[in-house]
Design a protein around this ligand. Structure first.
Ligand SMILES: Nc1ncnc2c1ncn2[C@@H]1O[C@H](COP(=O)(O)OP(=O)(O)OP(=O)(O)O)[C@@H](O)[C@H]1O
Ligand SMILES: [Mg+2]
Length: 463
């Protein structure tokens, strides 16, 4: 069942319930008020009659005509009266009593003897019900008369019936009008959801450039559309990255293969001396090493993506680790005439995997040496602050342009300056570094200026 229909039905049922309760309460209260006011008016009339009788000294009442002239309040059009003797027989009654006999009920007589007033209802078939009050007149402890005043409930019944009719007719109309309103409102509220569904269908069909029009409001729908757009934007980016990655990877592997194929074909063109073959095989071995490295690194990264790389969680002393790295880096530096300097060190212990951390720092120092100019210097320092160790590796080499900074951690990304500077390198090193830092709850920051040098800062939480 569509949401719109469901919402409208829920709303309609709740409204119908409220209307029924409201109408019932209204009807009951009105009925009660009307009956109370009838009783009150009967009581007042009876009291007036009793007062008049008392003023006349309870003389035996015989003459009807006289009585009527004496007690005009007894002959009100809408009321009739009867006066009973203590035996329950009618002494006198107003002419407007209908053709029926209206004898005093047993209960009314008993109550009269005990000196109290009683209200009763009487009903004759095919006639509106009657309401009666019976008031005893007691003189010196004896029951003299019982005055009964009655009235027809016709107008009350009519009013109530009209009210009932109005309620029964207006209730379905009100319900229908508000159901229509609810249907319209639900439709309006749900329209953006339809728009989202349509856009999602287009996106599912492969068009990741689609975006939703985000309504300006910050309501649920606005937030949903915003979240949806963010999700699509991220999907689009990662699809693009995957495509880029595959083309980069095949390109990186094709270059060494082309070199090997060319050299091998050239060598096979005519018989050669053993020394020539050795040169070709050595060159091929270099390319094979290069490809092996790429494949190993790719394998590592894809296992890291799938969460399959095991990490130790042991205390690692960064100070002694960096001293080790320094020794290795000095050798690397000598090859390229770059001086590696070990700067200020604060002792620091972090929790993690020593081998991975070694790989991280070695990659960074290797980059610093690789992208330095001959005669340059690379400096390693470590400080600690607010629970973190900060290891900086600074060089004064080719630097990185501002627009490249965001991309150097991407797989296979190498700047043009770096390609021009050295052929060695695949662009996977920093991607691995970033992953290692992140899996130690740390991060890598870069400050660099093109042509002036770079500083890579590794920030790791202390153990
Ligand atoms: N210290 C640095 N100075 C200048 N550019 C750098 C530095 N470190 C990294 N880069 C830039 O970032 C790119 C990516 O570095 P990364 O270490 O991932 O790859 P690489 O060093 O080229 O190859 P490898 O995978 O062999 O490490 C480099 O190609 C270079 O353009
Ligand atoms: Mg590198």
């Amino acid at each position: 069942m569509p949401l719109r229909l469901r919402l409208t039905l829920w709303y309609g049922s709740a409204l119908a319930l409220v209307l029924v309760i409201f109408s019932t309460v209204l009807y009951l209260i009105t009925a009660r008020n009307l009956r109370d006011s009838v009783d009150q008016s009967l009581e007042e009339t009876a009291a007036a009659a009793v007062r008049s009788l008392e003023e006349r000294g309870f003389l035996p009442l015989i003459d009807e005509e006289e009585l009527m002239s004496q007690f005009p309040e007894l002959a009100r059009i809408d009321k009739f009266f009867q006066i009973f003797s203590p035996s329950g027989t009618i002494t006198i009654r107003s002419p407007n009593v209908k053709q029926h006999e209206l004898p005093l009920s047993r209960q009314a007589l008993e109550v009269a003897f005990s000196g109290r007033t009683i209200f009763e209802s009487a009903k004759y078939p095919k006639e509106p019900p009657l309401r009666l009050i019976s008031v005893p007149i007691i003189y010196r402890g004896n029951l003299l008369y019982i005055v009964q005043v009655g009235t027809s409930m016709e107008s009350v019944e009519q009013t109530l019936n009209r009210l009932l009719l109005v309620l029964v007719v207006t209730m379905p109309v009100a319900l229908a009008v508000s159901l229509a309103g609810g249907w319209f409102l639900a439709g309006r509220a749900l329209r953006p959801v339809d728009a989202i569904t349509l856009a999602a269908q287009r996106i599912a069909a492969g068009d990741l450039t689609q975006r939703l029009n985000v309504p300006a409001s910050a309501d649920e729908i606005g937030r949903l559309a915003g979240t949806f757009n963010n999700m699509i934007a991220r999907l689009e980016t990662s699809f693009r990255q995957i495509r880029q990655f595959s083309s980069d990877a095949s390109h990186e592997l094709r270059t060494p293969l082309t070199v090997m194929k060319g050299e091998t074909e050239l060598a096979l063109r005519r018989p050669r001396e053993a020394g020539d073959y050795t040169v070709v095989l050595e060159s091929n071995l270099e390319e094979i090493d290069r490809m092996t490295r790429i494949v190993d690194e790719l394998l590592f990264l894809s296992r890291a993506d799938m969460g399959e790389v095991k990490m130790e969680h042991l205390p690692v002393s960064l100070e002694s680790l960096l001293e080790d790295i320094y020794r290795q880096a000095s050798l690397l530096g000598q090859e390229r005439d770059v001086q590696v300097v070990l700067g200020a060190m604060t002792p620091a212990v972090v929790q993690g995997d020593e081998l991975r951390l070694r790989e991280l720092f070695l990659n960074l120092v290797d980059n610093a040496v690789k992208y330095s100019r001959p005669g340059g210097a690379v400096e390693m320092t470590m400080t600690t602050a607010s629970g973190h160790a900060r290891v900086s590796i600074t060089d004064h080499g080719i630097g990185i342009a501002q627009e490249d900074l965001a991309r150097i951690f991407d797989r296979f990304y190498r700047t043009d300056d770096a390609r021009a500077h050295t052929k060695k390198g695949t662009g996977l090193g920093l991607a691995i570094c970033a992953w290692i830092a992140e899996s130690h709850d740390g991060r890598i920051e870069v400050q660099s200026e093109s042509g002036k040098g770079s500083t890579f800062i590794v920030i790791l939480p202390l153990a």
